[in-house]
Ligand binder design. Structure first.
Ligand code: AVI
Length: 320
């Protein structure tokens, strides 16, 4: 039976496309199975991974200013979050709003169902009166469906530097969806990792403990488990690189020898040359002037940029 005749799921289909391409690639959204979610939690706690700490600092110190405008409307609103994750940073905003007695509903959106289940449970325990409607979907899927649309103004959170996980052209497409998913007066708070000392950036994706390596390798482990692949995990090396010109930090898994890998659900073998890379993830870094251009081309106005004390990271408020 050829792979063409198989009824393939999305994961298998994306793997087939990626491993048949030149150069080979795999979509980073598949990092996040239950083990990948746990590894990402560990990444966020690593000394080298400054992104989470810096954004935490911004939200801790500047949440009142960030939320001032939406609160000025003096009416109920929707707080939508694309890629909610563990909600640790968002809880700073949620706690502030709950303490102020503001009327709003929180719509966390994530591609990972297991993450949403944990988030809902922790919110139920910490803020039992908070209205939460979790949505398991992709960024673009959720922005097209707009399940939150109820006539109230909306603030969409797109934090963590998640926009950096798209190459520029695809980021444009995601932001076009963001425009489609908002109405005049709505706001978006976007987290951008800023261009900085290239060594600081590279270290964040090449940690001493090897957690980021595990995070990448987990993609192979996932294919072994879910697609019946036979990747030898010890024969692939994690190789991140950072280009300060375009701000692209790119991760690769490099095959350490010439080898064939068979994937049962595709009924196909894939040949790897010695030292052939599989591109797994982009984490693009931006300058403030690039962020301004991005907002303009996407049909948004920048209201204000909130940076941390070292200008490593910025949460930027865009308005439709
Ligand atoms: C989720 N995203 C913003 C992370 C990043 O920094 O690009 C994912 C990650 N990959 C390796 N380390 C962290």
């Amino acid at each position: 039976m050829s792979a063409k005749n198989l009824d393939l799921g999305n994961f298998a289909q994306d793997v087939l496309l990626g491993l048949s391409a030149e150069p080979k690639s795999l979509p980073s959204k598949y990092f996040y199975d239950a083990k990948g979610d746990k590894l990402f939690q560990q990444i966020m706690d690593m000394p080298e991974y400054y992104l989470t700490r810096k954004e935490f600092e911004i939200l801790e110190n500047q949440h009142a200013k960030i939320l001032a405008n939406i609160l000025d409307f003096n009416r109920p609103f929707n707080l939508v979050e694309l890629g909610a994750g563990d909600g640790l940073k968002t809880k700073i905003l949620l706690r502030y709003l709950v303490e102020k007695g503001v009327s709003f509903e929180y719509f966390p959106i994530d591609f990972s169902g297991s993450v949403l289940v944990e988030l809902k449970e922790s919110l139920r325990q910490e803020m039992p009166d908070l209205k939460v409607s979790a949505i398991e979907d992709t960024y673009r899927g959720s922005l097209l469906k707009r399940q939150w649309a109820n006539g109230n103004p909306t603030l969409i959170l797109f934090l963590g530097g998640n926009i950096g996980n798209f190459p520029l052209e695809e980021a444009h497409d995601v932001l076009d969806h963001l425009r489609l998913g908002t109405e005049r007066g709505d706001e978006v708070l976007l987290g951008f990792d800023l261009k900085k000392n290239p060594q600081t950036i590279l270290d964040a994706y090449h940690d001493h403990a090897g957690i980021t390596k595990e995070f990448n390798i987990n993609l192979l482990r996932r294919m072994n488990r879910e697609l019946g692949a036979n990747f030898d995990l010890d024969q692939f090396m994690h190789w991140p690189s950072y280009n300060p010109v375009d701000g692209e930090c790119r991760s690769h898994l490099v095959s350490m020898k010439a080898q064939n890998v068979f994937i049962e659900s595709l009924n196909q073998s894939f040949k790897f040359d010695a030292f052939e890379p599989i591109f797994t993830e982009i984490s693009k870094k931006y300058s403030i002037s690039e962020i301004k251009k991005l907002a303009k081309r996407s049909g948004f106005k920048i209201k204000e940029a909130f940076a941390d004390s070292e200008d490593y990271f910025a949460d930027v408020l865009w308005e439709r």
